[in-house]
Ligand binder design. Structure first.
Ligand SMILES: [Fe+2]
Length: 315
C-alpha cells in the first residue's frame, strides 16, 4: 500500500496485459496509415473496460481524430496502442489531444514550471512500488483526468498493469447498498504512506510542502462522471481516510468493505506491456495498480497526465 501510493508522487509505474500477437501486423497497419482519412478502431479486450486501438497515425493527430479518441476513452476507460514507440514529442502531442498536461505536485514544488514527465524505473535496487489499487491524486483539488504511459523497457515476464472499473464497482452493488453509498462522503488525504517516502527521497521540506498545501479533501463516495453521466464508486485505496460523520469503528467497517470490493475480478482489465506500447486511461472511473511480479527484472515506463476539472474533484 505505502509503496504503491508513493509511486504516484515520485516514481510511478503501471500497465500490462496478456495477449498478443503481432508486431508485423502493426507494421503493416502503420505502413498503410499515411492516408488522412483513416478512423481509429477499438477492439474491446476486457469485459467491462479496456480496448486495443488501431489505425492511429501519431504524427497526424487531427482534431477529428482527437475527438474520436476522446470518445473511445470515455467508452472503454482504458485504451492500448500497441507498438507505438512514441517519442516524448509524440506522447505530449497525444496528451494535448485531450487537454493541457498536468504537472504533479512534487514536480511543482521542485520547479513551478517543471516538466510533465515522470519516469518509473524498476531495478533490483529500486523495486516496483505501485502494486496496490488506487486512483491518482484524489487528495488534490484538481485531480488529473487521464493518465498516459509509454512502455520504454519491459520485463520478459510480468509487470502488468491492472485496472478496475469503478462504474461496474457501483453497478454491482445492491440497490440498497447503492443508496447507502450515495449518502456518504469520504475524506481523502495524502497520508503518511505518501509523505514518508517523499521525506526519504526528496527531503522534509518537500514533504512539508505537500502536507501544508494539500489538506484533506471531501468527496462523495458516489460521483457522476462529468462526461459520460454514469455513476462511479469513488474508491481510492489508501487515500480514503474516513467516512464523514461516522464513528471510527463504523468508518473502518465501510472502508474495509470498499477496499475488498475492488478486488472482484469481474470488473478488472489487465495488460502485459510490450516495448513501445502506449496506454491511456480515465482516472475518473478506474483504479489501477502496477503488478510487482517482474521484480527484480528491469522495467521502465514514462508517464504524463492530462488536467481534469476542479469542479469534478471537490464538493
Ligand atoms: Fe498511479
Amino acid at each position: 500500500m505505502e509503496k504503491g501510493i508513493a509511486i504516484d508522487i515520485n516514481r510511478h509505474s503501471d500497465p500490462h496485459h496478456y495477449s498478443h500477437n503481432d508486431s508485423h501486423h502493426h507494421s503493416t497497419m502503420t505502413a498503410t496509415m499515411t492516408a488522412t482519412t483513416a478512423t481509429p478502431t477499438a477492439t474491446r479486450i476486457g469485459t467491462t473496460i479496456g480496448a486495443v486501438v488501431e489505425g492511429v497515425d501519431f504524427d497526424n493527430l487531427t482534431p477529428e481524430v482527437a475527438e474520436h479518441l476522446n470518445e473511445l476513452v470515455l467508452e472503454h476507460a482504458v485504451l492500448i496502442f500497441e507498438g507505438v514507440h512514441a517519442s516524448e514529442d509524440q506522447q505530449e502531442r497525444f496528451a494535448r489531444c485531450f487537454g493541457e498536461p498536468y504537472i504533479y505536485p512534487l514536480t511543482r514544488y521542485a520547479n513551478p514550471d517543471g516538466d510533465i514527465w515522470t519516469e518509473f524505473i524498476d531495478t533490483p535496487d529500486s523495486p516496483p512500488e505501485a502494486d496496490v489499487w488506487h486512483t491518482d491524486l484524489t487528495w488534490v483539488p484538481d485531480q488529473p483526468k487521464f493518465g498516459i504511459l509509454s512502455a520504454e523497457e519491459v520485463p520478459e515476464t510480468g509487470g502488468d498493469t491492472m485496472w478496475a472499473d469503478l462504474y461496474a464497482a457501483y453497478d454491482s452493488l445492491s440497490p440498497v447498498m447503492q443508496e447507502i453509498c450515495e449518502n456518504l462522503n469520504v475524506m481523502h488525504q495524502i497520508g503518511r504512506n505518501v509523505l514518508d517516502p517523499v521525506e526519504r527521497n526528496a527531503g522534509f521540506a518537500a514533504a512539508a510542502f505537500l502536507r501544508d498545501n494539500y489538506p484533506e479533501i471531501k468527496h462523495p463516495l458516489v460521483r457522476t462522471h462529468p462526461e459520460t453521466g454514469r455513476k462511479v464508486l469513488l474508491l481510492a485505496g489508501g487515500f480514503m481516510k474516513c467516512v464523514e460523520g461516522m464513528h471510527p469503528e463504523e468508518s473502518d467497517l465501510v472502508l474495509k468493505y470498499l477496499r475488498n470490493h475492488i478486488n472482484d475480478p469481474n470488473f478488472h482489465f489487465g495488460w502485459r506491456w510490450k516495448k513501445g506500447d502506449l496506454g491511456i486511461w480515465d482516472e475518473r472511473c478506474t483504479n489501477h495498480r502496477g503488478l510487482a511480479n517482474h521484480y527484480p527484472q528491469y522495467r521502465k515506463m514514462r508517464r504524463c497526465t492530462v488536467r481534469g476539472s476542479k469542479q469534478f474533484s471537490g464538493i
